[in-house]
Design a protein around this ligand. Structure first.
Ligand SMILES: C=CC1=C(C)c2cc3[nH]c(cc4nc(cc5[nH]c(cc1n2)c(C)c5CCC(=O)O)C(CCC(=O)O)=C4C)c(C)c3C=C
Ligand SMILES: [Fe+2]
Ligand SMILES: [Fe+2]
Length: 362
């Protein structure tokens, strides 16, 4: 039986208060986050991470000084291995974090040691952005080449409307809506805020498909929920730095709901596990804001984590990626396949690349 290494990519988070500054340095020193000459970026990253560290330490202080992201991702890795084994595969799921341990280099080393026949790269970001999936996938390519990892490699670049993800999100949202409705009888109808991590506007203007992918996810979830007259809004959280970010901001939408006396159901649509952005920003900071602004009820829906439909969906994506050699890209936004990122990442494989170059694929 073919041995498959599935590499799960995520952002990573500090594992101690001392790790906060170097984690932030790694993030701001990434050319996918801050463009420009490497020396300028290095200086800026030193400066910004030094300035941001006290705020970030306070954020992670609410979580015992560390991010729970790795434990959550490990749970998802074990669940996906089980789902793939039940489908008859010999798969091992490895984790590659972009900015903190286990870093991509370590994941490449672990993959090489296991000696797989096939490698499937699977970002735990349903919506593609050059700042997240693009950065992680590029890093993998660099490290794998350095380490001489030559196994056939397939890439899942995004899955914004994958049916398992949508089923899990719709179920979680319906649960939140029910909870709010039960406790707000006689009040105005609740509003659902689909909240995603934001991006600087100039990144989207340069062709990054993230925002259109987020909208595609929300449209699919709303259709799957099939609630007549559902009142909902897409919005963006987690702004950092002086640039203009895409909107509307989740904070403004909370304030608006307060003015209108609307109960709120808040759904994280771009995160698939719990970490500082959900447990601190959505639950604590925005929970307090909702109270201050007079929102009558505020319920935050849990992320999809190990929901069977979501994990089953990931297993299907792995299988499809391995079967997809040479098929044309069905990316949601072809610009990303042909534009800035140079080549199609969507369910592509080394074999497909070789074919497109007219090379020998045997
Ligand atoms: C969809 C996912 C994410 C996108 C897009 C994204 C872009 C992005 N993020 C920053 C800056 C920070 N992000 C931070 C934390 C963080 N970001 C994501 C996801 C996306 N980021 C996650 C899952 C996390 C949580 C990590 C954890 O807690 O384990 C942080 C650190 C926390 C803080 O200081 O607020 C920063 C900084 C930028 C600049 C950016 C796009 C340009
Ligand atoms: Fe972020
Ligand atoms: Fe593509």
């Amino acid at each position: 039986m073919a041995r498959i290494a599935v590499v799960l990519f995520n952002l990573g988070g500090p594992d101690s208060p001392e790790a906060v500054r170097p984690f932030l340095f790694n993030l701001f020193n990434d050319p996918a986050i801050i463009e420009g000459p490497s020396l300028t970026r290095w200086v800026l990253a030193r400066l910004i991470s030094w300035r941001r560290a006290p705020i970030a330490r306070e954020i992670y202080g609410h979580l015992g000084g560390r991010s729970p992201l790795l434990e959550q991702t490990e749970g998802q890795a074990r669940a996906l291995e089980k789902a793939l084994s039940e489908r008859g595969h010999d798969a091992r799921c490895l984790i590659a974090m972009r900015y903190w341990k286990p870093l991509t280099r370590e994941a490449v080393k672990a993959a090489k040691a296991w000696n797989p026949d096939q490698v499937v790269l699977l970002p735990l970001y349903p919506q593609f952005s050059g700042t997240t999936s693009g950065s992680s996938l590029n890093q993998w390519t660099v490290e794998a080449e350095k380490a001489g990892l030559t196994a056939q490699t397939h890439t899942v670049c995004c899955y914004a409307t994958e049916v398992g993800l949508i089923t899990a999100l719709a179920e979680r949202t319906l649960g939140g809506l029910e909870q709010v409705r039960e406790s707000t009888v006689g009040l105005p109808a609740p509003r659902v805020l689909f909240s995603a991590h934001g991006l600087p506007r100039k990144v989207v203007d340069a062709g990054d498909p993230y925002q259109s992918h987020v909208e595609a996810t929300v449209n699919a979830v709303v259709a799957a929920m099939a609630v007549e007259g559902l009142d909902y809004q897409v919005c963006y959280q987690s702004r950092v730095g002086p640039l203009e970010w895409i909107g509307p901001s989740t904070e403004d939408e909370i304030a608006k709901a307060g003015r209108e006396g609307r109960p709120l159901v808040v759904v994280p649509v771009a995160f698939v596990s719990e970490h500082s952005e959900t447990l601190v920003e959505l639950d604590i900071e925005y929970g307090e804001l909702a109270e201050e602004r007079g929102v009558p009820k505020y319920v935050r829906v849990p992320t999809v984590r190990e929901h069977p439909a979501f994990i089953g969906g990931l297993a299907g994506l792995v299988e499809r990626a391995m079967r997809s050699d040479g098929r044309p890209c069905s990316h949601l936004n072809r610009r990303v396949c042909e534009g800035r990122w140079g080549r199609c990442l969507h369910l592509s494989s080394r074999k497909a690349e070789a074919q497109s170059r007219g090379g020998d694929t045997k």
